[in-house]
Design a protein around this ligand. Structure first.
Ligand SMILES: Cc1cc2nc3c(=O)[nH]c(=O)nc-3n(C[C@H](O)[C@H](O)[C@H](O)COP(=O)(O)OP(=O)(O)OC[C@H]3O[C@@H](n4cnc5c(N)ncnc54)[C@H](O)[C@@H]3O)c2cc1C
Length: 494
């Protein structure tokens, strides 16, 4: 092994990149600030309960399996994936339920129950979604957009699919029922995008889930992260935990290595970062003119909102509550506008409820259940919110909503409970403004307009993760790792 690389940050993107580099013959060191790998997919073990911090919906499992196949291994050596069905149960305040799955007959039955006229419109939406999936995900999801010419090349496809329209507007051109419009457009929230303003290209998520299914890693997403870390070390990679990188060393415009908080340092032929974009340029490259220039640009960018999560472990089993639920609130567009544009903490909310123990009871003590409820909230660059004060009350309001809609005696059942708010994202992950998903996935911040997988000025400094193309979400950041690894291996002649 002649060439060496350092990857800063062991989120899904950093892990996937490190595996690809190591598999490609580059001796790779992966350095993580926290005591465990995973980033947004961190984990807490409390009172016998396992609480995954972030991603729970695993789509396109093949993009993960590929990471093992590169070296002739099988992901099943480290991780067991379990199919989840329905994918989600959507629930509205009037009591309507909609079970969303890729079961053709069942899904059409659910649509017909909302409005029989929309079954035909759904078929047309399906064709549209399949088209953007082919163009936007299969062809371009793991391709680095390094120059404007690459953007121009994809312009005809973008125009053909009316990429300037929003997902909600496009869905609305196919179906009339408001609940179905919400059911077919809410997915962008899972990658930080407002369905009212995020490009219709993101309708591809429907086909992504339909073709690849929705999966859960046995033991939780943390087992998938642990499996990736184990696999990286198995093939010879070095993982260094609990030691934040404090700076990238430079000679002129060339990165020469990194140094960390503990005083450790390391030289490398190439440096890649999975850390937050703003943190990379403002803090890690703060002494270099490129750092100042990009900080300026990123300050003018639009960042996706943050999230507020309540984790709770309760006594009892809930076979009637599916693994993934969306509890819509009374407003859809108004609520999103409050969060994304006005930046106020609304009195109402829509919740995503995660109930892993219905799939894997080992994630709680016997006879108990693990849950988290998540609400999108404004990031910290909007109106000031004192989360230290507001957090406990907000958590109580969320629990009251769950009590009213799903678990009437929830309070008397709680064994353990804690919450996670925007300042926690900022402190634990160096996330700019506490944003949960990095740059907002707007058309004007996508592909070439997003941070490039290789820095424009520092030829051996690379980026990977949610801030780069194609964006947030596990398939997105694993796709970005493929794009970045392809570039790095080419550049390093491996
Ligand atoms: C609550 C929540 C739920 C989600 N649900 C889903 C879901 O169900 N499905 C899905 O596909 N996606 C989901 N997402 C999105 C998905 O989790 C993220 O887009 C993805 O995990 C981000 O990965 P990343 O590679 O960008 O790195 P991150 O997870 O952001 O990791 C970056 C890493 O860099 C480290 N780091 C930062 N600074 C330094 C430094 N100076 N030195 C060393 N290390 C550093 C951090 O500690 C961190 O470990 C969810 C996100 C959240 C927050």
């Amino acid at each position: 092994m002649g060439q060496t690389a350092v990857v800063i940050g062991a989120g899904f993107g950093g892990l996937a990149l490190a595996i690809r580099l190591q598999a490609g013959g580059v001796q790779t060191t992966l350095i993580e600030a926290r005591d465990r790998p995973g980033g947004r997919a961190y984990v807490w073990h409390r009172d016998g309960f396992t609480f995954d911090a972030g991603p729970t919906v695993i789509t396109d499992p093949d993009c993960l399996r590929e990471l093992w196949r590169l070296t002739g291994h099988d992901m099943a050596e480290d991780v067991t994936l379990i199919p989840v069905s329905p994918f989600y149960r959507l629930n509205w305040p009037d009591g309507t339920n909609f079970d969303y799955s890729n079961h053709e007959v069942a899904l059409r039955r659910e649509i017909a129950a909302l409005d029989t006229r929309d079954v035909a419109g759904y078929e047309r939406f399906l064709d549209y979604s399949a088209g953007v999936y082919e163009e936007g995900y299969r062809k371009l999801g793991a391709v680095p957009f390094l120059d404007f010419a690459s953007m121009i090349k994809s312009a005809p496809a973008l125009a053909r699919h009316q990429a300037w329209r929003s997902v909600y507007s496009m869905v609305s051109s196919f179906v009339q029922n408001e609940k179905l419009r919400e059911a077919l457009s809410f997915h962008t929230l899972l990658v930080g995008g407002n369905p009212m303003t995020t490009s219709a290209i993101y309708a591809l998520i429907h086909t992504l889930e339909k073709t690849g299914g929705v999966w859960f890693a046995q033991g939780g997403t943390n087992r998938l992260v642990a499996g990736m870390a184990r696999h990286f070390e198995r093939i010879g990679g070095v993982l260094r935990l609990g030691d934040p990188v404090t700076g990238i060393d430079m000679i002129g415009d060339k990165a020469t290595g990194v140094r960390t908080a503990s005083g450790w340092s390391c030289e490398a032929d190439a440096v890649a970062s999975n850390a937050d974009l703003m943190h990379n340029y403002r803090n890690l490259l703060g002494g270099h003119p490129r750092g100042a220039k990009m900080t300026d640009k990123l300050e003018r960018s639009r960042w996706s909102p943050s999230l507020f999560l309540v984790h709770f472990g309760i006594k009892g089993s809930w076979p009637g509550i599916p693994h993934h639920m969306i509890l819509f609130g009374p407003r859809y567009e108004g609520l999103l506008t409050d969060i994304y544009q006005h930046g106020v903490l609304p009195a109402d909310f829509s919740l995503y409820l995660h109930h892993p123990t219905v799939t894997d009871p080992t994630m709680a003590p016997e006879g108990c259940s693990t849950f988290y409820a998540l609400a999108p909230v404004p990031h910290m660059g909007k109106l000031p919110i004192d989360w230290g004060q507001v957090g406990p009350a907000y958590a109580e309001r969320i629990l009251s909503e769950i009590e009213r809609r799903l678990i009437p005696d929830i309070r008397s059942r709680i064994v353990t409970q804690f919450h996670y708010a925007p300042p926690d994202f900022s402190r634990d992950l160096n996330a700019h403004l506490g944003s949960a998903f990095s740059l907002e996935p707007l058309l004007t911040q996508s592909a070439w307009f997003r941070a490039h997988n290789r820095d424009d000025v520092i030829p051996n400094f690379y980026l990977v993760g949610a801030g780069t193309h194609p964006g947030a979400g596990i398939p997105g950041v694993v796709g970005s790792a493929k794009a970045t690894a392809t570039l790095m291996l080419e550049d390093m002649g491996s």
